[in-house]
Design a protein around this ligand. Structure first.
Ligand code: PBG
Length: 303
């Protein structure tokens, strides 16, 4: 009589890849999650695959950053190299490439900055280059997380022009300007050096706007959409799934993970129960799949 079943097949594991060899740097605010060099990442992903988790989403930490985020669309960039290695070693593991500039810009914004502001349309051209180079490296899914207007359509046409029309787009469609991304930004060293992301990410107060954002991304060619963060936005997730009925992802973000882990570490919450309940409820609210830092632990628990 259970209406919702959770399985390792529901999860996508977010991973952070950095330069070097033999590197495994723990991220303080995300217990159990590390920055990994490509060789270590492959080992980690072998474990991920053996647990029945179908895929990973890749975030790159480049050796150097600049004003135009060139590491993001370099064919020899960290994510491109990592993707090639993963697809060679573990061809059946799905590789989702997060497409954004904030990990690669020295100012930490998700786009080109001009006169102290993010320039939407100039950013689109760079996102197109990033998506094409990620897909050429073998990424199975392109996931734009920048929230520029028009980026799904721009990326779709760039992929099509490059004969990559079979590569689907998972759009971070309803992505809020949330405080819950803090630990991720520490890990990716992508905290904006000035201002914030409120000019391109959404106001947590808005629900109808999320539906408009999702509709726009679907009209532009998104194959799957995402709501992010997950737990504080289950109403948005529920509504999005009912309204559009397309494959819908939820991202249980770094701050949600950190908050649960902090309480678990203090002995204030039971790890397995809190972890499974949080994921089960995200699925009940409408997620077809969940990006979560608990993926490995939850898959192990579910067996
Ligand atoms: C890149 C991106 C971010 C996250 C995923 N992609 C950071 C941000 O928008 O600041 C956050 C993920 C997390 O907190 O776990 N734009």
């Amino acid at each position: 009589m259970r209406e919702t079943q959770l399985s390792p097949n529901d999860f996508i594991y977010p991973v952070f890849v950095c330069a070097g060899a033999g590197v495994r740097i723990p991220i303080d605010s995300m217990p159990g999650v590390c920055n990994l060099s490509i060789d270590r990442l492959v080992d980690e992903c072998r474990e991920v695959a053996s647990l029945g988790i179908p895929g990973v989403i890749l975030f790159g930490i480049p050796p150097a950053k600049d004003a135009i985020g060139s590491g993001g669309y370099d064919d020899k960039g960290i994510v491109q190299e990592a993707t090639r290695s993963l697809k060679r070693e573990l061809p059946n593991l799905l590789v989702i490439a997060d497409t954004c500039l904030c990990e690669y810009t020295d100012h930490g914004h998700c786009g080109i900055v001009e006169d102290g502001r993010v320039h939407n349309d100039k950013t689109l051209e760079l996102l197109q280059k990033a998506a094409v180079s990620q897909a050429r490296a073998g990424a199975d899914i392109i996931a734009p997380s920048d929230m520029m207007d028009g980026r799904v359509g721009a990326i779709r046409s760039a992929l099509d022009d490059a004969q990559l029309e079979q590569v689907p787009i998972l759009s971070y469609a309803a992505k809020y300007a949330s405080s819950f991304y803090g630990p991720f930004r520490d890990a990716a060293q992508s905290t904006p050096q000035f201002g914030d992301r409120r000019s391109y990410q959404m106001d947590p107060a808005n629900h109808r706007e999320a539906m408009r954002e999702i509709r726009a991304d679907l009209d532009e060619g998104a194959d799957m959409v995402m709501v992010k963060p997950a737990m504080p936005y289950l109403d948005v997730l529920w509504h999005a799934k009912r309204e559009f009925g397309v494959p819908t992802a939820a991202y249980q973000v770094s701050g949600e993970f950190a908050m649960l882990q902090a309480a678990i570490r203090n002995g204030w919450l039971d790890r397995d129960r809190a972890m499974i309940e949080s994921l089960l409820c995200i699925k009940r609210a409408g997620a077809d799949f969940i990006l979560t830092y608990f993926a490995k632990q939850a898959a192990r628990f579910l067996g």
